[in-house]
Every structure is written in structure tokens, then in C-alpha cells.
Write a protein that binds this ligand. Structure first.
Ligand SMILES: [Zn+2]
Length: 356
């Protein structure tokens, strides 16, 4: 069995000083792209599934496709993670299907767009954590609301994201509150708000400290050095992918994502999981546009999807290398969920899991 919990994987990453990209999937091509890239560079993988993806492909299809991929790539430890769970029921549904990790995003109400109170966030996160840890699965919490610091707005992705305008007190995670939140919820990882947002339009210029608050990462890491931090909305929206997209008939206004160097700086300060979806979408869409524009008589979907899969494979491989997870897959022996559950129950997981 190659399936691994987020907790064990991030403990290994912390021990060895690297970070892991977490890529979203909706279909076979994206799953194969991640796994081919992981195998090519010997990296463990985090495959994450949003509620939108579970609806798009159907739960049975998503879980069976990932199982198939695991059997095709037996040397790659795979964490299967629910991205942005909006409720206890969403997280329970994922865990019951064998996901080894869930994000309970208690920063928003169940409608996935209205910010919640702090106490409500603690409460729902605790409920999910009790259920998850009892079976050995991991929990990522979120504190603070994702959105742009210059406009106070976020972008909805797969129907998830705050609507309306938010203040910096909501858009930047408060380090004091992070200390309290982690003590009260015992989450395995914490997503923090620091000016990143979902979608392609994260920044209207090359980001500096006014719009990308790496200081928040550093301060929380200083206060909670053993906590695994998660950066959401962390596509880099590379210039070359924007150019390919636009060269072949796309209309994407100039935009900026999170620079790789900033993510690498985050990894030096406790960031262990880096969520990437837009870059994969853009890589695939650009490749499909190119076929559509240069081979107008082509009608075999595989002729569009194969180059799209190759483009995403290249992107994933690059991120595994840039974040330092390449070369580590063979070191990891996944612990069973039963073992993890036992370690949560007896308090062992107050320490990091030794994995190699
Ligand atoms: Zn996110």
C-alpha cells in the first residue's frame, strides 16, 4: 500500500527540510501527470480533490482512478486529500472513502463564502479532528480568510471563496490566534492567510511585501516551529505559460502569481504544503489551445489531451524539484491508518513521526 497520511508526509518533509506541492485533480490526465512526474523525480505526491472535483467526476470515479494510479506507480507514496472541506459531513464523506487527509476550512461558513467567527472555526475543526484522528487520518485547518490585500477580495474557485470585501484583520492570520487555534484544535497542518488568493489574478504587479505578507509565515513559524504550514493559492502563473495561452488565441490579461523564490523562502520557515491548481490548468489549457489553433482539422480528443498531460507533467516535475521533494519517495515507508490512529490515541503524535 502506497497511501500515506498528510501528517506522516509533512513530518518527513520537516525532518528533511523540503516542501510538497499539492496538486488538484478532476480527471485521469491530471492524475497520471502528477504520478508520472513524481516517478520521474522520485517524489512523494499529494493529490487533492475539491468538492467541485468530486461533483464533476463523481466520488466513485475519483477514488477508483486514484487507486488505479497507485497500483501503476507502487514506488510513490500518495496522500489523498480533501481540499477545502466546507463542513463536517464533507470531511467525513472523504475519510469514509479512504482519503488519508482532509482540510476543514472553518474560516468560512458551510456556504463556502461567508466568513465565520473564530469560535465556530475552532468548534467545527475540533469535530472533524476527533473523527479523523480516531481513524488515523490527518487534518488541515485554516485560520484567516484568503484574499488580496490590495483589493480586499478573493476569487471563488470551484464555488469556494469569500465574497464581499474583507479587512486586513481577516486577510492576515494573527500569530497569537494561530498559537491558540493549534493548541485547541490539534490540527496536523495549518493553512494561513497572507495575501495569496485562488485563481489566476492574484497580483496586479510583481508582488512585494505590501501584497504578499511573508512576514506572517515567519512570525507564525517562530512561535510554532513544529507546526506544518500550508500556503494556498500558490500558483506562480508563469510568464511562459501565459504567453503560450495568449499566443494561441487565449485572452488572459497580464497577471502575477506567487514567485517560486518566495515559496522557497516559506519552505525555509515551516511551509510544508503548497497548493497549486491554476498553474496546472493553465499548462493544460495552453497545450490544448495550441492544438486547436495549429491543427484545425484535428478532432481526436486524445490529440488534445496527450500534449496537455505532458505540459502538466513538466510543470509538476519542476515544482517537485523546486520545492525539494524530489529524491525522497524511496525513503518513506507509509504507516497504516491503524498505526496512526494508535499514535494519536497514545499521544505519540505530539512528537513527529519518524519515517526513515
Ligand atoms: Zn485553497
Amino acid at each position: 500500500m502506497t497511501r500515506i497520511t498528510l501528517r506522516q508526509l509533512l513530518d518527513h518533509a520537516a525532518e528533511h527540510g523540503y516542501g510538497l506541492p499539492a496538486f488538484n485533480v478532476n480527471n485521469m490526465e491530471q492524475i497520471l501527470a502528477i504520478m508520472r512526474a513524481a516517478e520521474a523525480v522520485d517524489s512523494p505526491a499529494i493529490i487533492q480533490v475539491s468538492r467541485g472535483a468530486r461533483t464533476y467526476a463523481g466520488d466513485a470515479m475519483v477514488t477508483k482512478m486514484i487507486e488505479a494510479a497507485e497500483s501503476m506507480f507502487p514506488g510513490i507514496p500518495v496522500c489523498v486529500h480533501q481540499d477545502h472541506g466546507n463542513s463536517f459531513d464533507t470531511c467525513r464523506g472523504a475519510i469514509d472513502q479512504g482519503y488519508t487527509s482532509v482540510m476543514m476550512d472553518g474560516s468560512l461558513e458551510e456556504d463556502a463564502s461567508t466568513p465565520t467567527s473564530y469560535e465556530d472555526n475552532v468548534s467545527v475543526t475540533n469535530r472533524v479532528r476527533e473523527y479523523a484522528h480516531a481513524v488515523g487520518a490527518s487534518v488541515e485547518g485554516e485560520l484567516g480568510v484568503l484574499g488580496r490585500l490590495d483589493t480586499g477580495t478573493g476569487e471563488q474557485e470551484d464555488g469556494h471563496g469569500a465574497t464581499g470585501t474583507l479587512g486586513h484583520d481577516q486577510l492576515l492570520t494573527d500569530p497569537d490566534q494561530a498559537v491558540d487555534f493549534v493548541a485547541r484544535t490539534q490540527v496536523d497542518a495549518l493553512a494561513i492567510a497572507m495575501g495569496t488568493s485562488h485563481g489566476a489574478y492574484k497580483f496586479s504587479r510583481q508582488p512585494d511585501s505590501d501584497v504578499l505578507a511573508m512576514s506572517v509565515v515567519k512570525e507564525i513559524h517562530r512561535r510554532l516551529p513544529d507546526l506544518h504550514l500550508v500556503m494556498h493559492g500558490s500558483s506562480s502563473v508563469p510568464q511562459d505559460l501565459q504567453e503560450i495561452f495568449n499566443e494561441f488565441g487565449g485572452e488572459m490579461p497580464q497577471t502575477w502569481g506567487v514567485p517560486i523564490e518566495e515559496i522557497q523562502e516559506g519552505i525555509r520557515h515551516g511551509v510544508r504544503k503548497v497548493n497549486i491548481d491554476t498553474d496546472c490548468r493553465l499548462a493544460m489549457a495552453g497545450a490544448m489551445r495550441k492544438v486547436a489553433m495549429t491543427k484545425p482539422s484535428e478532432f481526436d480528443p486524445r490529440k488534445f489531451l496527450a500534449p496537455a498531460m505532458d505540459a502538466m507533467t513538466d510543470l509538476c516535475r519542476l515544482r517537485f524539484e523546486q520545492f525539494g521533494s524530489a529524491g525522497h519517495a524511496h525513503q518513506i515507508v507509509p504507516a497504516s491508518l491503524e498505526s496512526m490512529a494508535g499514535w494519536y490515541a497514545d499521544g505519540t503524535l505530539n512528537q513527529r513521526v519518524s519515517t526513515s
